[in-house]
Design a protein around this ligand. Sequence first.
Ligand code: 5GP
Length: 187
Amino acid sequence: MSPEPLPSFDDDPCVGRTVLTESQLAERITELGRELTEAYRGERPLLVCVLRGAYAFLTDLSRCIDLPLEIDFIAVSSYGASTRTSGVVRLVKDLDVDLTGRHVVLVEDIVDTGLTLRYLRRSLEARNPASLEVCTLLARESADLEGLGVRYVGFTIPGEFVIGYGLDVDERYRNMRHIAVYDDPAV
Ligand code: 5GP
C-alpha cells in the first residue's frame, strides 16, 4: 500500500512567500532542544504549551530534549477569528498540573506585541514555580524580548502575518509543514 500524500497548500493563493522551510525549522528546534537539555540537566522540567499555536513546536521540541520531562497545556485567546489582536487576553483552558516548586518552560508560537506573554507570565508566576523561562519559536523584530524576559528564541521575523507549523488564520493552515506569509485576499 502506498502512503497517503502529505497535505499540500501549493495551490492556495493565500499562502505567500516562504519564511521558514521545514528543514530550517527542524534544524533550529534541534539546537533549542540541546540548549534546554543542558540548561535543565538533573531536573524534570515542565513544558507548558500555549494552545493552540504552539502545539507543533511543543511536539517537535519536546522530542529534542534528552531529559525526563512533563507537558501541560494552557489556552488563551486574543485574536478571535481575525488577524488583528483584540487587545484583550482571555484564559480559555487552565493547566492541570500544580506549578509549585516546578521548573517551568513556557512554550509559545510567536511573541508579537507581548500582550499574551505578559498575561501568562503574571498568571504562572503567581503559582510559585521554582523557575519560569520562556521559549518561543518566533518573535517579531520589534518585540522587547529582554523586557519580556524571553530566554529562548527560535527565529526573529519582521512584521508580516505568518501561517503554518501550528499558526493559523481562522483555524486553517496549522498543518502546513513550513511557515509562510499570509497573503490576505481582503487586502
Ligand atoms: P501578542 O500577544 O504577543 O501580540 O500575540 C501573541 C499571539 O498572537 C500568538 O501566540 C499568536 O497566537 C498570535 N499571533 C501573533 N502574530 C501572529 C502571526 O503572524 N500569525 C499568526 N497565525 N498568529 C499570530
